[in-house]
Design a protein around this ligand. Sequence first.
Ligand code: GDP
Length: 328
Amino acid sequence: MTDRPSFRERIREGLKRTRDVLNTPVEDLVRGLEGPGQDLARVLQTPVEDVVRGRRLLDAGDLGAVEEALIAADLGMPAVEEALEVLRERSAEIARGGLPAMRALLREEIRKAVDRPRPVEPFSSRPWVVFVVGVNGVGKTTTIGKLAAGWKGEGRTALLCAADTFRAAAAEQLAIWAERSGSPFHRGAEGTDPSAVLTDALRAARSRGYDAVLVDTAGRLHTKGNLMAELAKMARVAAREVPGAPHETLLVLDATVGSNGLAQGREFARAAGVTGLVLTKLDGTAKGGIAVAVVRELGVPIRYVGVGESLEDLVPFDAAAFAEGLIG
Ligand code: GDP
């Protein structure tokens, strides 16, 4: 979470692969070249240059190419259909303004689709308690380490609490991130009740005056029902120790799994009171459009995106920068 290079550049860089997928058919269209999904004969008959120069309206073939690109980027059908509707309705405007006008319309559609008000102001109470939830391997521990490091840089101390007591490796991993980010760390003995570990961590944070507690939770128990019940119990325990806690529950989703992440998301969102999303591994995917699908589906804002594996590779989400990164 450093400001060099800028957030905008980091998001842009993270979305490069998605942008390429999205732009290739559109660029091909403009150049009138034979490309993926392109019919050269059609392109030759209706030179797309004409669209760009404002000499003709977008036709069904042009819209088909855009649709294909949006689907490939994993925006999800409802969002794709809405975007196409806008392009159809404003076809005259695109005919006048060419490709830049079309890009601007798509950018604005995507910005609107991912822009959600942030429900709470971070650090409005102390300690600020954040639960981090999601299935194993999505990047929960890494995200906690990056968040703690970023806050540290702003002069805030976060206690890292290992509440996944089912996997010893999880606590060890979190201890490494605590060390890397220069943050205090709390864990319990293996197999301890996660709520008991959490209680101790919250008491320690209160008595030492820490600014925040970042709670790493289990990604998997014997059954999903158990996991959701465990998270609910932890939330009750947190509220008893610190008024209003957990102040945020961040659901971490791995962007590389694309729309498969949606099903996981729905479940956590329903059972765990998710207030925000963290979309990780945006750097390793061409499916960055999944951000649009998850926000639509879960109705909560994306708070951060992960764009790499090191400490500074977490950026606060910005809808306008995201839309720009996706469309170019
Ligand atoms: P957890 O099981 O949910 O706690 O997941 P981890 O935090 O252990 O992360 C799983 C793997 O994903 C690790 O190899 C991380 O380095 C990697 N990872 C996490 N976030 C990102 C990201 O934003 N970009 C990339 N490329 N890798 C990430």
